[in-house]
Ligand binder design. Structure first.
Ligand code: SF4
Length: 372
């Protein structure tokens, strides 16, 4: 890893670009731009907090991914969360309570975390946690939802809490979306978009990019449709094959290069929208940004994991503070031993090296001395 490379500076530039794009995207909407102005100030203050910690030798990521439930009403083909058994049809047990999530949100705010991505399972099933998020306007909460539980109650919440931004999962056209997510889901998403747009509420779309749909989901036809519907952000999530059978769906170098150039084109041709790709361009970020470099993941039971696609953990935020979880032995080892920047074929280094990560976790539990 290039020692000069400054991950904090790189991530803060990323945050500033998203905020600037969001400011531009909401200019015509007074209530949204009023909130964005407030958030821009809060994220600047948060960047200062993180920079001050960096000077003291402690790295704080600007992003956190929080999977707030292990329940979901859908059974999407290839769902990584169901394949990892992080989402099941069993009644949820020992999930973090609304109060525990509120504590984590406050600790994140104190440390300088600016974005907390709420996911699941289906996060709109946890109304109490979403309300708690709404009470913390200094943090922006993109909510990655399948959109099927959206109705008046949630539209009113999004109206009163502008720091909560629904990001609805869609796979491209009606056929592809319903084929993966279930009959009727696409029409529900489109009616949500029309309602959100009518109410002047900001929303986004999350697209799982596969070898099947990478051209369609970056096409003018699809992005133009989303823009017309009032969509202000598109998050391209590269498909990570959590089962060997689905590995042919994972984008390779050619597809990733195509997507990278398309996103650059879209940023120029659609200034009214924000485009983000996950896990993004590891070459420019000095490797994978998981395990606390750019973000980390807390699952619905409180375990701190490098990433939703790397469900291994050696700490639980029920037992330790968020700050201690960020410095877990496993995260330190993955960063110090430069596993995150190892050469790898596919899109996700930690998925590709999952056996190594598991072996490290087991070894750490017996021997690795935690260097404070
Ligand atoms: S909505 Fe999300 S969590 Fe639920 S099955 Fe589909 S991909 Fe999985």
């Amino acid at each position: 890893m290039d020692k000069e490379f400054d991950i904090q500076e790189y991530m803060t530039r990323g945050v500033e670009r998203i905020v600037a794009d969001a400011m531009r995207a909401t200019l015509k909407n007074p209530r949204e731009s009023a909130y964005m102005l407030r958030f821009a100030a809060a994220s600047k203050a948060a960047s200062k907090k993180r920079a001050a910690m960096e000077k003291k030798g402690e790295h704080i990521p600007p992003f956190l991914i929080a999977s707030i439930t292990s329940s979901c009403n859908l059974h999407c083909a290839g769902c990584y969360s169901r394949c990892n058994h992080a989402t099941t049809d069993e009644a949820p047990v020992a999930q973090l309570s609304d109060a525990e999530w509120s504590r984590i949100f406050d600790e994140a705010n104190d440390l300088g975390v600016s974005f907390i991505l709420l996911a699941g399972g289906e996060p709109l099933l946890r109304r109490g946690v979403i309300d708690a998020a709404g009470e913390r306007p200094d943090i922006l909460f993109p909510v990655f939802t399948n959109g099927t539980f959206m109705g008046d109650k949630y539209f009113e919440l999004f109206d009163s809490c502008r720091n909560i931004v629904p990001i609805m999962s869609i796979e491209g056209s009606k056929d592809i979306t319903d084929q993966r997510r279930g009959e009727g889901v696409y029409d529900k998403l489109i009616s949500n978009m029309d309602e959100l747009n009518k109410r002047g509420l900001i929303f986004g779309a999350s697209v799982t990019v596969t070898t099947d749909n990478f051209r369609q989901v970056s096409s003018e036809e699809f992005i133009g449709m989303l823009s017309e519907k009032g969509c202000k952000a598109v998050v391209f999530v590269e498909f990570v094959p959590v089962t060997d059978e689905s590995s042919e769906l994972a984008p390779g170098d050619e597809e990733r290069e195509y997507l990278r150039t398309e996103i650059e084109r879209l940023r120029t041709e659609h200034p009214e929208m924000v485009f983000v790709s996950f896990p993004g361009d590891e070459k420019s970020s000095g490797g994978c940004i998981a395990a606390g470099r750019g973000f980390f993941h807390i699952n619905s039971h409180g375990e701190a994991e490098p990433c939703p696609f790397s469900p291994y953990s050696d700490t639980n935020v029920r037992d330790v503070s968020l700050r201690e979880a960020m410095n877990s032995k496993l995260f330190r080892y993955l960063i110090d031993e430069e596993l995150l920047s190892d050469d790898h074929k596919g899109g996700c280094v930690l998925f590709e090296k999952r056996e190594q990560v598991m072996e490290i976790k087991e070894r750490l539990e017996v021997s690795y001395e935690y260097r404070a």
